[in-house]
Design a protein around this ligand. Structure first.
Ligand code: HEM
Length: 137
């Protein structure tokens, strides 16, 4: 919902190319914004709603379908080289935070998360969370 690189990463075909029947002239820049791709209503019904359980599915086919529009690290030859390291860091950080804290939203969750489009997203406007120690160490 709040991809680190929300905008579109351009690619160009030096000799031109055809994508889904649309001709792309030589050197024209094309791309799909990650933010938009992740909100495809055909793939993610109610795309504006924070619903992580949409990823809990019964079949590989359904998982493939969900993954077909999910590219926070881009893809292909120039996709993020640090993806696995980033995922491992995220798993550790989220596991540690949820172990140590009760996390709640300070304000009602907005329907839309606002992000500023940088190559790597900079300042964001919320969601703002309050962390309360869940255990005494
Ligand atoms: C949540 C964390 C991260 C996100 C969302 C992210 C996202 C991205 C994206 C979208 C690209 C552009 C790929 C393209 O143009 O198709 C990229 C490229 C790249 N990322 Fe990451 N990245 C993350 C973490 C990391 C980490 C931890 C490293 C290094 C340890 C890293 C190293 C790189 C490098 C070197 C490239 C350029 C690859 C190339 O042009 O061949 N990234 N990243």
């Amino acid at each position: 919902m709040s991809p680190g690189v929300p905008g579109y990463l351009t690619r160009e075909a030096p000799q031109g190319a055809t994508i889904d029947g649309n001709y792309i002239p030589p050197y024209m820049q094309v791309g799909i914004p990650t933010w938009t791709m992740h909100r495809s209503p055909e793939v993610y019904p109610e795309p504006q709603v924070f619903k992580p359980e949409r990823w809990i599915v019964d079949s590989d086919a359904e998982l493939q379908r969900l993954r077909s529009a999910h590219f926070p690290f881009s893809t292909g030859a120039r996709g993020c080289i640090g993806k696995n390291m980033a995922y491992n860091s995220i798993y550790l950080i989220v596991a540690r935070l949820t172990f140590l804290f009760e996390i709640e939203s300070r304000d009602p969750l907005p329907l839309e998360f606002h992000v500023k489009d940088h190559f790597a997203a900079g300042e964001k406007e919320g969601p703002f969370l309050k962390f309360t120690p869940a255990i005494t160490i």
